[in-house]
Design a protein around this ligand. Structure first.
Ligand SMILES: O=C(O)CCC(=O)C(=O)O
Length: 287
């Protein structure tokens, strides 16, 4: 009966997407180490909407963070329950082995107050100054999230993160996606479209998720770049940058952490305001 007290979320089965949706024309190149981010790198960030940083975190830090994530999924902290499992395992969850649980998680969120190792990553002394240089302000952690992509784990369709945030359009938000396992084009590494983001708000539709219409892919065909990362590498990106990850059709799982930061003290806006901008109501568009 343990799950009766837990407020888990359940991911629904969705149809597969059309072939080619995550095809890419190049692999993103990375800098080495967070300390190598200089003015030229910051200029590049503002031009293309992202930076790739290899060896941003040490193997020991990554191992700690990964164990933190696994421990939360294993219910080592009884107070934590923001986990989304595949709905197929709803009735068997209590009987699953740890490996089976890990193979059936889609995401977990808002975990920094429940695990010191995951909090330490969010406030890493090499990461925060970089985020603050991009924001031009003292940073506040807005949210933490981890999309787990086990073998057969499903896609995160193309979207702009800002469409999920109850924040004004002028609020700068920086996302940091940290590879805990090697992320490859085959197991669902990030896809981005360099430079395709400046102040553009694309309508989002509820299709397989809250996402860009697949037809919008016409605009990014021939511009999509894949971002493979070794464990400890990270992608730092703007909340207007369209991005997505394909399903994992490989035999290898892929765990990653994601943190979002905004200027400290930023006011939140009502959800209705966000949907009036990013939703489709009254915009005469369909998908
Ligand atoms: O980790 C992934 O697969 C994608 C994460 C992502 O893009 C998001 O949650 O906004």
């Amino acid at each position: 009966m343990e799950n009766a007290q837990k407020q888990y979320e359940w991911d629904v089965e969705v149809p597969d997407y059309a072939p080619g949706l995550y095809d890419y024309t190049a692999l993103a190149e990375g800098l080495n180490g967070l300390e190598s981010i200089d003015d030229a790198a910051l200029t590049l960030y503002h031009q293309q909407g992202f930076l790739v940083v290899n060896d941003a975190f040490t193997p020991a830090e990554i191992q700690d963070a990964k164990q933190g994530l696994i421990d939360l999924i294993a219910e080592k902290n009884p107070n934590f329950s923001i986990i989304q499992f595949r709905s197929e395992v709803r009735d068997q969850l209590a009987t699953l082995s740890l490996e089976e649980r890990l193979n059936n998680v889609r995401k977990i969120g808002q975990f920094t107050d429940y695990d010191e190792r995951l909090k330490a990553m969010a406030f890493h002394p090499k990461l925060v100054p970089v985020v603050e240089s991009i924001l031009g302000a003292k940073a506040e952690l807005y949210q933490s999230m981890a999309l787990i992509k086990p073998p057969k784990g499903r896609e995160k369709p193309w979207h702009q993160d800002h469409a999920y945030f109850d924040l004004s359009l002028s609020t700068k938000v920086v996302g940091v996606w940290i590879a805990l396992d090697e992320a490859t084009p085959e197991n669902g590494c990030m896809r981005v479209v360099p430079g395709w983001f400046h102040d553009q708000t694309f309508p989002h539709f509820m299709v397989r998720d809250w996402q860009l219409c697949d037809d919008a892919s016409q605009e990014y065909k021939n511009k999509c770049v894949a971002v493979p990362l070794k464990p400890g590498g990270c992608l730092i990106f703007d909340s207007f940058l369209p991005h997505g990850t394909p399903s994992n059709y490989s035999p290898t799982g892929r765990k990653a952490l994601q943190y979002h930061y905004l200027p400290a003290g930023t006011l939140r806006t009502p959800p209705a305001e966000r949907l009036a901008i990013w939703g489709t109501e009254g915009k005469d568009v369909s998908c």
